[in-house]
Design a protein around this ligand. Structure first.
Ligand code: ZN
Length: 169
């Protein structure tokens, strides 16, 4: 099982536990869940993704002018304005992530804690105000046909596909 985990999934270093009902299904709204899964899988409202699948109408840039990438929400200078309100892990001191590695580490915290991810979106209003979807198509497939297409992608984990099913049913 471990060997089959994709590089992207490993990069999040998340617990790989399929026995429990995923917490993200309980705490996130459907749009939040779509964004959450898009970041984890790399498939979503991102510049490279729109280019690859030739979504000509898609907006490739965040409101700040930078390209949309999975980790941009913690890199974006506009979301960093509300840093004082960002959810924070544990009791440690609140230190603004500066290096790319520190920002990535903060995003890893959000990916492992859906409630913190939800809080982050609410305090930054990242997808509501800073980086709205614009003309881009839905970031997640919403039909069984798209789902079977997803199955053919080796780098989408089946755990996330289970969650897609939950969204569809
Ligand atoms: Zn931005």
């Amino acid at each position: 099982m471990e060997d089959k985990m994709s590089r992207r999934y490993k990069s999040w270093d998340l617990p790989y536990d399929t026995r429990h009902h995923p917490e993200e299904l309980e705490v996130l709204t459907r749009p939040q869940l779509q964004r959450f899964l898009a970041i984890r899988t790399g498939h979503g409202d991102f510049a490279w993704y729109h280019r690859r699948y030739k979504h000509d109408e898609a907006e490739l840039r965040c409101g700040c002018g930078r390209p949309k990438t999975p980790d941009h929400l913690v890199m974006c200078r506009q979301s960093r304005r509300s840093f004082g309100k960002w959810p924070w892990p544990g009791e440690g001191p609140r230190i603004r992530p500066q290096t790319r590695a520190e920002k990535k580490e903060y995003l890893r915290f959000l990916m492992g804690d859906p409630l913190a991810f939800k809080e982050f979106l609410e305090v930054t209003r990242f997808y509501a105000n800073i980086c709205p979807r614009g003309l881009a198509p839905l970031s997640l497939p919403v039909s069984p046909m798209c789902l079977s297409f997803l199955f053919s992608l080796s780098h989408v984990e089946w755990r996330d596909l289970v969650i897609y099913f939950h969204i569809l049913l």
